[in-house]
Design a protein around this ligand. Structure first.
Ligand code: SAH
Length: 404
């Protein structure tokens, strides 16, 4: 091996003129770089170095990757390695919640939310305190949960949720999913530490399984951030094949949250169109079959909507269908969205609903509303208003055309 006086000068003898033709290079695992590296005349161990730059140091500029050869860095730039997003705006709410609006090159606006964990929200965070006992303590720093998006728009069309109002525009690449984490870390205060990651932003993660699963592999890779899978929770509207696959692919180690929102098909059909494909009884069967490790629980999300799913009989029915599933229930009084008249029940109804479940032996928390003055609360992540407006205009035009 030849030694160069200048470590930046590049050490390999014969850089291949081949362009590095790789889709989503930032979304590659080190193992997947090997063959491309060989083709470029680079040594296999470069894969680890490159991966560390991207996923441990969050450095996307090939120029700064000082231990890689100059020709290799040039190939990386040609292949599109670079910041996937520019930060459009950061909205901060009085409760410390920060919403990051990120802009992709094609104009997709991706939203992530940093949520400081208070003592109160700790209790109802996705990872229950008992789940974390065995983890390394995150001692002195205050803990934050990060909520990330997997799609721009959403195809699920739940009636109470702003994210799906204009349909699905596109899924995010794995690189775009993980860089929300790396970018958000830049916006943490010095005394804050990222503790939990929840896939609860815009989109349906299991409707975009490949890139979602890949993002988990990237985030948990020991040469990257090395996040513990226990600290990651994926939330789904209840796509059964995706739940089965997630359980198999990660041996049940990834936290699972399910948007149940109604205990029977009659009610659930009305608010979640996907229920017609994957009805309640089958969903419960899939949850029972999820290979949960000992002491872990499935998070059951239940958005309470006034007069729709909030009666005491709904609560009793929910208690009955969840019997035998290790679960913790998060009640979320519905956050208002512009596209719908639906609203949260009175607080008395929320308390009664909670009491019935608690008396039934469930741990059941009411999620305090976080960040709603910056439209960062559950279900409020929406595409740019103009997109929604454009869709409405298109529909109006179509309706007019039909009439005439
Ligand atoms: N598609 C996934 C991920 C979204 S998570 C899923 O359905 O789980 C966002 C959570 O907020 C879901 O439980 C969703 O049902 C809930 N939600 C959506 N709109 C809401 C609203 N307006 N008020 C309260 N919760 C809402």
């Amino acid at each position: 091996m030849s030694h160069s006086a200048n470590p930046n000068a590049g050490s390999h003898p014969d850089p291949s003129p081949e362009p590095l033709n790789i889709e989503d290079p930032v979304g590659r695992l080190p193992e997947e770089w090997q063959s491309a590296l060989t083709a470029l005349g680079e040594r296999p161990f470069r894969a680890k170095q490159l991966f560390r730059w991207l996923h441990q140091r969050a450095e996307f500029d090939p120029e700064k990757m000082s231990d890689l050869s100059v020709p290799f860095r040039a190939r990386l730039r040609e292949a599109g390695v670079g910041e996937p997003f520019s930060v459009d705006t950061v909205h901060e709410s009085k409760d410390g919640t920060r919403k990051l609006v990120l802009l992709a090159k094609d104009g997709a606006r991706v939203e992530s939310v940093i949520i400081p964990m208070t003592d109160l929200s700790d209790a109802d965070a996705s990872a229950a305190p008992s789940d974390e006992d065995e983890d390394e303590p995150l001692a002195t720093k205050s803990r934050v949960t990060l909520c990330i998006s997997t799609q721009y728009g959403c195809a699920m069309g739940c009636v109470f949720c702003a994210s799906g109002q204009a349909g699905l525009v596109r899924g995010l690449r794995a690189s775009e999913i993980v860089s929300q984490v790396y970018l958000a870390k830049r916006y943490l205060r010095p005394d804050e530490q990222l503790s939990n990651l929840v896939y609860m932003g815009m989109g349906e993660p299991l409707h975009h399984y490949e890139q979602t699963a890949r993002s988990v592999r990237l985030l948990t890779h020991p040469d990257g951030l090395g996040m513990s899978p226990r600290r990651i929770t994926i939330s789904t509207v209840g796509l059964i094949p995706g739940i089965e696959r997630l359980g198999r692919d990660f041996a049940g180690k990834i936290g699972l949250a399910v948007s149940v929102h109604a205990p029977n098909d009659e009610t659930r059909d009305k608010i979640i169109p996907m229920n017609r494909r994957y009805p309640v009884a089958e969903l419960m069967r899939a949850l029972r079959a999820y290979p949960l490790p000992k002491r872990r629980r499935i998070t059951i999300e239940y958005t309470l909507i006034d007069g729709v799913n909030d009666s005491p009989s709904h609560a009793r029915e929910l208690a009955a269908i969840l019997r035998g599933i290790p679960s913790k229930i998060n009640l979320i009084p519905m956050n208002p969205i512009t596209a719908s008249e639906l609203q949260a029940p009175k607080s008395e109804a929320v308390r009664q609903f909670q009491d019935i479940l608690a008396n039934g032996g469930y741990s059941c928390f009411v999620r305090t509303r976080r960040g709603d003055e910056v439209a960062a609360a559950c279900g409020q992540l929406a595409m740019a208003d103009d997109l929604v407006r454009k869709k409405r205009e298109r529909e109006e035009l179509r309706a007019l055309a039909k009439k005439s």
